[in-house]
Design a protein around this ligand. Structure first.
Ligand code: HEM
Length: 284
């Protein structure tokens, strides 16, 4: 794999930044704020940042780069699709629970709903994320969609996935700022109390995490090689030696042509089905 060491360094940084963001969110609500509970009070609101940062930021970020992990290139594309879809489903579920918490808190305290820019952009991101997930399931996971449709939808899926992720990072930063302005009165946010410095740092961690994920996801040479080449690697022992890998990637002249790649996948599915049939006949 070209630039394998840089890839490892960025992956390590992304994991560290993601874990740190979740820890910072927990310390914020448990140490500086009212803790966590489901009681219609401030402790219920606190589930909102914790679940959003854990699911919608961290888990979604990992779901985006999961195809890029070179150790997974020997796994079947179907398994990787299931992992990608599974992680995105977990992220969506956590985001929905976090929204229930904030709406419930607002209703209990008679605070108006959906008045801020943060809430408009945030709800839109969750709705589009859910649509993206449903469309992904129907087009790429269920076996009915024709290859041409998959090839047509793929660039839109990639673009909208990255756009939603970027929007989520921006919404989280808006939410953090809003909450600090609401919550910090004596001393005020403007006098930079310890909590403000701590939570501003959380915002920086989230932003850098987002930046690292987007960088990794947009490097063409870290893309999963097309199906045929990952099979060749398996036959060659599956080692991801830098030179060998570099040359297989270069040989993969169809790797950036999604229609050819999908056609390969469809052919591989047909071959597997025939093998299964033959296997069943021979055991009958
Ligand atoms: C990207 C992820 C996020 C999404 C999709 C999101 C979504 C939402 C939505 C839809 C509301 C409206 C609830 C209502 O009107 O009853 C809301 C409210 C709120 N959120 Fe978030 N949020 C996110 C991240 C955060 C984070 C990390 C914080 C940090 C504490 C936060 C703080 C707030 C605050 C203070 C409110 C109440 C004020 C308002 O409606 O703007 N949000 N959020």
């Amino acid at each position: 794999m070209e630039g394998y060491r840089l890839f490892l360094a960025l992956l390590g940084s992304a994991l560290l930044l993601g874990f740190l963001s979740v820890i910072f969110a927990l310390v914020w609500v448990l140490h500086y704020r009212e803790g966590l509970a489901w009681d219609g009070d401030a402790a219920e609101f606190n589930w909102h940042p914790v679940l959003i940062i854990t699911g919608f930021v961290f888990v979604q970020g990992i779901a985006i780069i999961v195809y890029r992990l070179p150790w997974t290139w020997k796994c079947s594309k179907l398994l990787m699709k299931l992992i990608h879809a599974g992680l995105n489903t977990i992220a969506l579920m956590l985001a929905i629970i976090s929204l229930v918490a904030v709406f419930d808190f607002h209703n209990a305290k008679k605070i108006p709903n959906m008045y801020s820019l943060h809430s408009w952009i945030g709800l839109t991101a969750v709705i589009f994320y859910a649509l993206q997930l449903v469309l992904g399931f129907v087009v790429f996971l269920l076996p009915f969609a024709p290859v041409s449709l998959r090839a047509m939808v793929m660039p839109i899926h990639v673009y909208s996935g990255l756009l939603i992720f970027g929007t989520v990072i921006a919404t989280a930063l808006m939410g953090i700022t809003e909450k600090l302005i609401f919550a910090l009165k004596l001393p005020a946010y403007s006098s930079s109390p310890e909590e403000a410095i701590f939570v501003n740092t959380l915002g920086v961690l989230i932003l850098v995490f987002g930046g690292v994920i987007l960088w990794m996801a947009t490097r063409p040479h870290w893309k999963r090689p097309c199906e045929q080449n990952s099979k060749t690697q398996q036959r060659n022992g599956g080692t991801l030696d830098e030179n060998k890998e570099g040359s297989t990637m270069a040989d993969c002249s169809n790797a950036n042509k999604p229609d050819v790649e999908f056609a390969n996948e469809a052919a591989a599915r047909k071959r597997n089905a025939k093998f299964d049939e033959a296997g069943q006949r021979s055991t009958m």
